[in-house]
Design a protein around this ligand. Sequence first.
Ligand SMILES: Nc1ncnc2c1ncn2[C@@H]1O[C@H](COP(=O)(O)OP(=O)(O)OP(=O)(O)O)[C@@H](O)[C@H]1O
Length: 256
Amino acid sequence: MPTPEVSQPVPALDIAGLTVRYGPVVALDDVSMTVHSGRICGLIGMNGSGKSTLFKSIMGLARPTAGRVTIAGHTIAQARARGLVSYVPQAENVDWEFPISVREVAMTGRYGRQNLFRRITSRDRTAVDDALDRVGLTDLADRQIGRLSGGQRKRAFVARGIAQGAEILLLDEPFAGVDKRSEATIIDLLRELTAAGRTVLISTHDLSTLPSFASEAVLLMQRVLVHDTPEEALRPENLALAFGVDVTGRDAEVNR
Ligand SMILES: Nc1ncnc2c1ncn2[C@@H]1O[C@H](COP(=O)(O)OP(=O)(O)OP(=O)(O)O)[C@@H](O)[C@H]1O
């Protein structure tokens, strides 16, 4: 009797042979990696190793010279049209003086699917209220985004992803400049989201906390050097490969 075929789940993120160049600079070189739904994948690498370029590629903001990115079985264009990916930017890339409230930041998650000028519906409002409630920012909803603490600002952007209904959240150094309590709040939130089937790709320079929340880790240096459990990925010999120096011990906080 023929063995019945076991169907494999469609990965949340599937990157194959991705190469990105900025002129003569090779930012990503033949990167291949797969992340399944419900996982928190830590992205680690020294400054300039290509982490932000990888995020931009997944968002469709960096044009690859080779390779492809597939999101929940969709092309980037399809994933964008469906609002499947949401990005929590590095703090330094945001104009915090921009006159926009926390609620409006979350509401921008609802626009990606259609155009900016469509009427806001009661469904949008409910989705945004629910998202703000999930991240604990209901009481600060009408405050200008720049008048929040660092940790609260990150949560506002996570609320945008939740309101959007994104399947994948990309977080670019969410713990930089954030105190331990806010960091713990964000990690709890990410755990809740992944328990509900969402997927998280998170870049961080803080290697000490990574094993406590990540299900897997990728060490990047233009290429994927290691993709394994956080414990394996953070072995001293792997860190030496990724950072070009002998970084021993988990307490190392590099590039800071
Ligand atoms: N717009 C650009 N034009 C030219 N080169 C760029 C551009 N953006 C990034 N690079 C280069 O591409 C390489 C990868 O940069 P990228 O920002 O992806 O690294 P990163 O790992 O995110 O760094 P960091 O940890 O400092 O944020 C670096 O050599 C960088 O100088």
